[in-house]
Write a protein that binds this ligand. Structure first.
Ligand code: XIL
Length: 321
């Protein structure tokens, strides 16, 4: 049987943590099935950016070096995310000039370091609130009266540092939330009108087995109507919707999850070839999923079970390719 990366005509990615690479099964499952990696946490602002002029490259270098040694692409995640600004930055209460100078230096330093190694970046992550409008984060809004222009300049800084890197805007619920999707499309139109560079859009795809498929498909096609690259960037499919401790992930449940993964992959395969980029899972194995903290235990969201055994979801994903 072909593995996912052998059968796919685009990158199959996984979010990883370098600490897990010591585990043989984790590393082997990654190398056999995936062609791209995303740092689940270790390339976020608060991990790298220790002070205005000091950067901690330990984890990000380990991840990028591993990718280089194992012929994996790296998707850089994420240069700007309101939830991962370092504390020292937030305490500084910079005015807009100082704020932007520091951000420009950060983006330029990080993207330059990984030029030609990190092939694509989530330059900005999760800017818009649900239903559209700006997210009420306490960082960027109060400083800039035109946040979209600021974000456009962030894309420009990344482009200047690595003209070959593909630059993405990333968010969640893009295909389900029409208000948010329209805000994103408006931003794309503005970027293109004002010559800010953008190559692609990511929808994280943190969905559930009961996420309405027709809504998903309609929103996906609308997202693709921008003509940009489309990235399913952090996919996991939550089971156990009511977080019941004695939820039984039985064959019936596993089959529902298989069909959901298959549907999404087939939807992605319907994209025009020039808009295909990657489908990335937010993890490899049910043993390590952020949803254990963020949702509940006993959720089984990924393609491999806690013993690195292929689940029906894996077969569904493969059948969809
Ligand atoms: C999450 C990681 O999974 C956690 O380990 C970390 O503590 C916080 O960030 N959307 C995103 C990702 O874009 O960066 C988040 O990743 C999950 C939600």
């Amino acid at each position: 049987e072909l593995t996912l990366k052998e059968k796919a005509k685009f990158n199959i990615g996984a979010a990883i943590r370098t600490a897990y690479l010591q585990e043989e099964d984790y590393k082997n499952t990654l190398l056999e099935n995936f062609s791209q990696i995303t740092a689940e946490y270790e390339m976020k602002m608060e991990v790298i950016w220790e002070s205005p002029t000091s950067f901690n490259w330990e984890k990000s270098d380990e991840l990028v070096n591993f990718a280089q040694e194992n012929n994996l692409d790296v998707h850089g995640h994420t240069l700007i995310w309101y939830r991962s600004f370092p504390e020292w930055f937030k305490q500084a209460n910079y005015d807009s000039t100082a704020f932007e100078n520091h951000i420009k230096n950060y983006i330029t330093t990080v993207v330059t370091r990984y030029k030609d190694k990190v092939k694509s970046w989530d330059v900005v992550n999760e800017v818009f609130a649900d239903q559209g409008g700006y997210r009420e984060e306490e960082i960027i809004l109060p400083v800039f009266n035109d946040p979209i222009a600021f974000y456009g300049r962030c894309f420009q800084y990344a482009k200047e540092a690595d003209p070959d890197a593909l630059l993405f805007y990333n968010d969640y619920s893009v295909v389900l939330d029409g208000g948010k999707r329209n805000a994103i499309k408006d931003m794309v139109n503005r970027f293109q009108a004002e010559n800010y560079p953008i190559d692609g859009l990511g929808d994280q795809f943190h969905y559930r087995e009961n996420t309405p498929k027709p809504t998903m498909k309609e929103g996906f096609e609308d997202m693709a109507s921008t003509g940009l690259l489309v990235h399913i960037s952090e996919m996991d499919i939550i089971m156990n919707l009511d977080k019941s401790p004695n939820y039984d992930f039985n064959e019936v449940e596993a089959e529902k999850q298989k069909q959901t993964y298959k549907y999404i992959v087939e939807m992605y395969e319907d994209l025009p070839a020039n808009q295909k980029f990657a489908i990335s899972l937010w993890g490899i194995t049910d043993k390590y999923t952020w949803l254990s903290d963020y949702w509940s235990e006993n959720i089984h969201p990924l393609l491999f079970d806690a013993n690195y055994k292929k689940k029906p979801a894996y077969e569904g994903f493969l059948e969809g390719l």
